[in-house]
Design a protein around this ligand. Structure first.
Ligand code: NAD
Length: 494
């Protein structure tokens, strides 16, 4: 990836965008439009359709129609694999274009965006394409007078709603297994990061996915999103986003057709460093990255740092020193470490969280302010608060910004108590030289993933999802296929 290639793509004109329904670019029923602002400079990039119930209904009907006629759902797994592999190849060929488009839309630094968005989507699509013709049904261990078979079947129409931080990566975690299993999909992208998912659907069509199998309807959550959640002909709703919206979607399911809802929600993940951490400098560097990458807009961000007393001062010195060196700026400049906050509203939310933490008595050690305001973009300094305790909002509430809460602990029992305080349970990390401590902590911490001597960096082969109020869906790995298939029993008298 060369800076010159990025610079050519960054100025490309983006025409007004429309929905992608039944294999075609489709104008919204109401004609209403939403401006798309770039967090890089606050300027208008383009517009998207402000979709509503009528558009969602058209997309769901298209999805249902093709599901029923079998053009995708009744093909063999091997045929679906071939199409999905072609799809993955096309996404890979367009990876830089997709990455730059996404960065202009949501402000993620290009190095991270390139890997975490198109390239991750390629890996995910290939993974489920390759998996689908290797999964067998079951023969039950019955008596000899019967045959009990368990078939795995697709479910029908899958609704997908994703957030703006990594729309392609998270979208692919749901779209790829749903398609591989033979379902049809309707995606409602985040209103402030819709462009790459629209492009993805067009590439799927170019790869030979039949019309109506993958549809994208843009618009706001409360209108287009809710119409999808309430639709009587959607069988599954796969969601990643905030807890408040997750609760709303469960209500929508109850009020409509009892569609299955899978929720991947927020986190306030503890990153725990013991006195016997093998390499303090490395741990501090990875921990800074674990909270500050993508301006803290990562669901598994290590936003609570717990340091054991014996190394507290040394660790904090290292952490402050690596944080001070981070370059925050234009996300399309390869020299930047961290790009822009995704929107002005998110930046305001971050600054409000800083003000509240100060009022509640936490001690600000670095950052806390907006940066580069003259560019018109939304940049924020990495922010570290010490002396944070479980009674403070910064300990409990997800900021989804570059704001780190630090506390110290004396022993393992206190670390577990602090780590598990709160309602979230998405991710955690433990830094220690002791294998026994590591294993005990993995068992003791309430989280969907516990990293040991690292932070982040898992791949498609392992599940991701929350404990407690971080949700109950599981993206990635073969387990995700369970969310998009059902088991049907055949009981045959012999
Ligand atoms: P959000 O919940 O506000 O929005 C997520 C999506 O839901 C968007 O597409 C939005 O348009 C849609 N939406 C909003 N209101 C809706 C409604 N009433 N009905 C239907 N759809 C609606 O979240 P966000 O601000 O976009 O993203 C940040 C949140 O996502 C954070 O809490 C973060 O932790 C979480 N997140 C979780 C994971 C994970 O894997 N667990 C990954 C990334 C982000």
């Amino acid at each position: 990836m060369l800076q010159s290639e990025i610079d050519i793509l960054r100025t490309a004109t983006i025409s007004p965008q429309h929905h992608f329904i039944a294999g075609a670019v489709t104008e919204g029923a109401s004609g209403a439009r939403l401006d798309v602002l770039s967090p890089i400079d606050g300027r208008t990039l383009t517009t998207i359709a402000d979709g509503g119930a009528e558009d969602i209904d058209r997309a769901v009907q298209a999805a249902r129609h093709v599901y029923e006629n079998g053009a995708w759902s009744r093909t063999t797994p091997t045929e679906r694999k071939k199409t999905l592999l072609r799809f993955a190849d096309l996404v890979e060929r367009h990876a830089l274009e997709l990455a730059v488009l996404g960065v202009r839309d949501n402000g993620t630094e290009i190095g991270m965006a390139y890997k975490a968005e198109p390239l991750s989507a390629v890996t995910t699509i290939r993974y489920y394409a390759e998996a689908i013709d290797k999964i067998y049904g079951e023969i039950a261990p019955t008596g000899r007078e019967v045959l009990g078979l368990v078939h795995r079947e697709a479910l029908g129409v899958v609704g997908v709603i994703v957030p703006w931080n990594f729309p392609l990566m998270i979208g692919a975690w749901k779209i790829a297994p749903a398609l591989a299993a033979g379902n049809s999909v309707v995606v409602k992208p985040p209103e402030n990061a819709s462009l790459t998912l629209l492009r993805l659907a067009a590439l799927a069509s170019d790869a030979g996915l039949p019309a109506g199998v993958l549809n994208v309807v843009t618009g706001r959550g409360a209108t287009a999103g809710e119409a999808l959640a309430l639709h009587m002909d959607v069988d599954v709703l796969a969601f990643t986003g905030s807890g408040a919206v997750g609760r709303r979607l469960l209500e929508c399911s109850a009020r409509s057709n009892l569609k299955r809802v899978y929720l991947e929600l927020g986190g306030k993940s503890p990153n725990i460093v013991f006195n016997d951490v093998p390499d303090i400098r490395q741990a501090a560097k990875v921990s800074a990255n674990g909270i500050f990458r993508n301006s803290g807009q990562v669901c598994v961000a290590g936003s609570r740092l717990l340091i054991q007393s014996g190394i507290y001062d040394r660790f904090m010195d290292e952490l402050l020193s690596v944080t001070a060196k981070l370059k925050i700026g234009d996300p399309l400049n390869l020299a930047s470490d961290i790009g822009a906050v995704s929107s002005e509203a998110q930046l305001r939310k971050n600054l409000a969280a800083v003000a509240r933490a100060e009022q509640e008595g936490a001690k600000r050690l670095s950052g806390g302010e907006r940066l580069h305001e003259t560019t018109g973009g939304y940049y924020m300094a990495p922010t570290i608060f010490a002396n944070v305790d479980p009674r403070m909002s910064l300990w409990n509430e997800e900021v989804f910004g570059p704001v780190l809460a630090v506390a110290r602990f004396d022993d393992e029992a206190e670390a577990v108590r602090l780590a598990n305080a709160g309602t979230y349970g998405l991710a955690a990390a433990v830094w220690t030289g002791s294998l026994s401590t590591a294993h005990r902590m993995v068992r003791a911490i309430d989280a969907g993933v516990v990293h040991v001597n690292t932070y982040g960096g898992t791949d498609v082969t392992v599940p991701l999802g929350g404990f407690k109020q971080s949700g109950f869906g599981r993206d990635k790995s073969l387990h995700a296929l369970d969310e998009y298939t059902d088991r049907k029993t055949a009981w045959i008298a012999l």
